[in-house]
Unconditional design. Structure first.
Length: 282
């Protein structure tokens, strides 16, 4: 079980990490400030990791560390899970601050015709937003490199392209993937694409990608996939390769604090080198 307010979050989560400074009260009643990180960002909060515990009875002040830092007060939420580390918490905004991370988030729960979530950047004002997109919009994004969407900052329909947050405003690495990329040498896009992952043991997971590139993708799952094993990734649609079923090899796995799920990195591989998958569970 995750912390209250995070499991039932009011907006989509984005699998990226931000360096932060957290000021709060420790168990001895002393005011302290620690450097840490926030991951699993959503409109109203995130998961944070700091080196020492804090008293959850007091709010905390969180400040981002990019060139134009933001700061706000949050409610500190303990993670109720069998395997969590000291200093792992959930945070929930105490104010109606829906753009603390510098990213516009959609409401949770997609509407009919919305097939994916993609992190995009306005080509005029450079603001970022996690947009729900239809298959036609994703195909346009892939073909011409942009798609027209309403921008809250410009207050008009603007051309949006794939976000490159690491280079935004010259700020170095303020927003990064919480795990090493599966592709390393290829550009990743933060695309939450529905995908079915199945291995030769018959394990099947219906999930979404966290990011994707020409050579691989990352996803989360409660099931156990082994490093080095081969899987089949079945995409309801795949705007990058135009194929519905792809082979992949699991090359990386990392735990998510306070969750039974793990991050997995997979590299695409030819289907002919993969073993025949076992029976699918009913």
């Amino acid at each position: 079980m995750l912390m209250p307010g995070i499991e039932k979050r009011r907006s989509d989560r984005l699998g990226v990490k931000v360096d932060v400074r957290v000021k709060g009260v420790d168990p001895n009643g002393e005011i302290v400030e620690y450097e840490g990180s926030a991951a699993g960002l959503n409109r109203h909060g995130a998961r944070i990791k700091i080196p020492w515990p804090l008293d959850c009875g007091h709010p905390v002040r969180v400040r981002t560390t990019q060139r134009k830092p933001r700061q706000a007060d949050f409610r500190l939420l303990p993670i109720d899970a069998p395997k969590y580390s000291v200093g792992d918490y959930g945070i929930e905004s105490l104010a109606d601050n829906e753009n603390f991370w510098g990213i516009e988030f959609p409401d949770s729960g997609g509407k009919q015709g919305e097939d994916a979530r993609v992190l995009l950047e306005c080509g005029i004002c450079h603001s970022m937003a996690l947009f729900p997109l239809s298959i036609l919009e994703i195909d346009a994004l892939r073909t011409i490199g942009m798609v027209g969407k309403p921008c809250r900052t410009c207050r008009a329909e603007s051309p949006f392209h794939y976000a490159d947050p690491i280079l935004l405003e010259g700020e170095s690495n303020w927003l990064v993937s919480p795990h090493r990329p599966a592709d390393r040498g290829h550009r990743r896009v933060y695309m939450q694409l529905p995908v079915e992952v199945r291995n030769s043991r018959g394990d099947v997971e219906i999930t979404r990608t966290e990011n994707i590139s020409k050579t691989g993708f990352c996803f989360t799952s409660e099931k156990k996939f082994l490093r080095g094993e081969t899987v089949r990734a079945v995409f309801p649609f795949d705007p990058i390769t135009k194929r519905t079923e792809l082979g992949a090899r699991i090359i990386r796995a990392s735990s998510i604090a306070g969750s039974r799920r793990k991050f997995y990195g997979a590299r695409f591989a030819p289907l002919q080198i993969l073993g025949t998958p076992g029976p699918r569970p009913v």
